[in-house]
Design a protein around this ligand. Structure first.
Ligand code: BES
Ligand code: MN
Ligand code: ZN
Length: 498
């Protein structure tokens, strides 16, 4: 789908999209067209349940005297020009409605003079986010099964401002799409080495990419990460990405660390067969970190950032680690592995330790599809947020609200932490009870974090969706890219570089 910003001249073919506010209020142009067509729009509104609420749509086919094949009315609710999420959602529902209708070209009329360019940019952004589709392996699809919309034109007065506003949003969408692609790929295609190779593509944008192999990780003492990978024919990797966008190249970076289990069978503590295919997206944390780096580098963000991916495949085999094994982590702490399916926390233990020691970051945020328990607690509407720092937690909560990638704060604390004490080693990797499963996982991670402000996002419920949302088609969501891009922009970036 191609998105264009063009001068407001009404189209003669395809679909014309008009916004309608709450109370079914037609816009000035809408009113004129209604008159010209002998009240076709008013009569259609009267015959429908359409109220003008946000995200509602009403299609009117072949209205008299307007030339176009279809007018699509889109509810804009209060039509607040400053409500970015509203316009992004509108962009998304327009794409969904037109693809459903088999339309190939459409023009969206933005009539608001005040902030029209910004509205146009956000409609375009929302449209692009919704247009994502992972179809590279569908070789026999008929053309009427494919999305029909080829061109979406946004009609707006201040073209140049709209185009300029859209550029960074388009780069963020690139990051979201990259994450969605990586997460959608099956585990025979994406394994630690190939995932790291895909991340190397970021070098083109000026990101420095290093990949540590088993030998290097062994030399660093990463026994926890290596233990998870040892059962697989695919060797584990540690992916290290650096973006130096700040004027002061020595400025301490903001760091992101992602769980990158390219497939999680559970290992010897093997998972049941039903639904195991979902575990191809157990690298959603690392996927989000890679997409985030792409977004930040793509829009030339003025900040230094480190992105780390802890990559391994969790398999059962003759070389796999066993329940009861004791491994030594890079931190020096020994870990009793009582359940090999609690592997995400093991790879993160070494990745977090490595990150804070090598880079001395200002703050460190990890993303991980860490526990089924967070899905029991929060479902698919929020990711779990754990943090040792109030300010950091508040900043993340705020970015979640703005982007719609929402977070819910969960507790840490000594009472939970001591549930992870082991009789045989310094710490064990499961508490031994299902109670507060997502919390105990987080307290395990906290044992590998030094004094640095840290947050952990448990994204097990949000990395993948089985239902469409206005800007997120079902499948891999790219959760975390928009959230953390916003977090960086609002709190740690001086200004965007031109
Ligand atoms: N990758 C899973 C968590 C998960 C489950 C993500 C379902 C998405 C959907 C993780 O490695 C895992 O297996 N966690 C275990 C921990 C348990 C053994 C303490 C879990 O949640 O059951
Ligand atoms: Mn697991
Ligand atoms: Zn896992």
């Amino acid at each position: 789908m191609k998105i264009k910003f063009v001068p407001p001249r009404l189209p003669r073919t395809g679909t014309l999209v008009l916004f309608v506010g709450e109370g079914r209020k037609l816009s000035p142009q809408g009113g004129q067209l209604d008159k010209r067509s002998g009240k076709a729009l008013t009569r259609a509104l009267d015959a429908s349940r359409f109220k003008g609420k946000a995200e509602e749509t009403l299609a009117i086919l072949a209205p008299a005297k307007l030339g176009v094949g279809r007018v699509l009315l889109v509810g804009a609710g209060k039509a607040d020009p400053a409500d970015r999420a509203l316009w992004q959602h509108c962009g998304g529902v327009i794409v969904a409605a037109l693809n459903g209708a088999g339309e190939s070209e459409a023009a969206v009329l933005v009539e608001t003079k005040d902030r029209g360019a910004e509205i146009a940019a956000h409609i375009a952004y929302g449209a692009r986010l919704r247009s994502y589709r992972f179809d590279k392996y569908r070789t026999k699809e008929k053309s009427d099964q494919k999305p029909s919309l080829k061109t979406l034109s946004i009609l707006v007065d201040d073209l140049n401002t709209a185009r300029r506003r859209y550029v960074p949003l388009d780069r963020i969408a690139d990051g979201v799409f990259f994450t969605r692609d990586l997460v959608s790929e099956p585990a025979n295609v994406i394994y630690p080495e190939s995932l790291a190779e895909r991340a190397r593509e970021l070098t083109k944008l000026g990101v420095e990419v290093e990949v540590l192999d088993e030998k290097k990780m062994a030399a660093l003492g990463m026994g926890a990460l290596l233990g998870v990978g040892q059962g697989s024919a695919r060797q584990p990797r540690l992916l290290v990405m650096q973006w130096h966008g700040a004027d002061d190249k020595k400025q301490a970076p903001v760091a992101f660390v992602g769980k990158g289990i390219t497939f999680d069978t559970g290992g010897i503590s093997i998972k049941p067969a039903a639904g195991m295919e979902d575990m191809k997206w157990d690298m959603g944390g690392a996927g989000a970190v890679i997409g985030l780096m792409l977004a930040l580098a793509g829009r030339n963000a003025k900040i230094n950032v480190v992105g780390i991916g802890a990559l391994a495949e969790n398999m059962p085999s003759g070389t796999a680690q066993r329940p009861g094994d004791i491994v030594k982590s890079m931190s020096g702490q020994t870990i009793e592995v009582l359940n090999t399916d609690a592997e995400g926390r093991l790879v993160l233990a070494d990745a977090l330790w490595y990150c804070q020691n090598r880079f001395k970051p200002r703050l460190m945020i990890d993303l991980a599809t860490l526990t089924g328990a967070i899905i029991i607690a929060l479902g698919h509407e929020h990711a779990g947020l754990y943090s040792n720092d109030e300010k950091l937690a508040e900043q993340l909560m705020a970015s979640g609200k703005v982007t719609g990638e929402t977070l819910w704060r969960m507790p840490l604390g000594e009472a939970y932490n001591k549930l992870m004490d082991s009789d045989a080693a310094d710490v064990k990797n499961i508490s031994g009870s299902r109670d507060a499963g997502s919390v105990t996982a987080a307290t395990f991670l906290e044992r590998f974090v030094n004094k640095v402000p840290w947050a952990h996002l448990d994204i097990a419920g949000t990395a993948w969706a089985t239902k469409d949302k206005p800007n997120v088609p079902k499948g891999a969501t790219g959760f975390g890219v928009r959230l953390l891009n916003r977090f960086v922009r609002d709190n740690y970036e001086t200004a965007e570089r031109k």
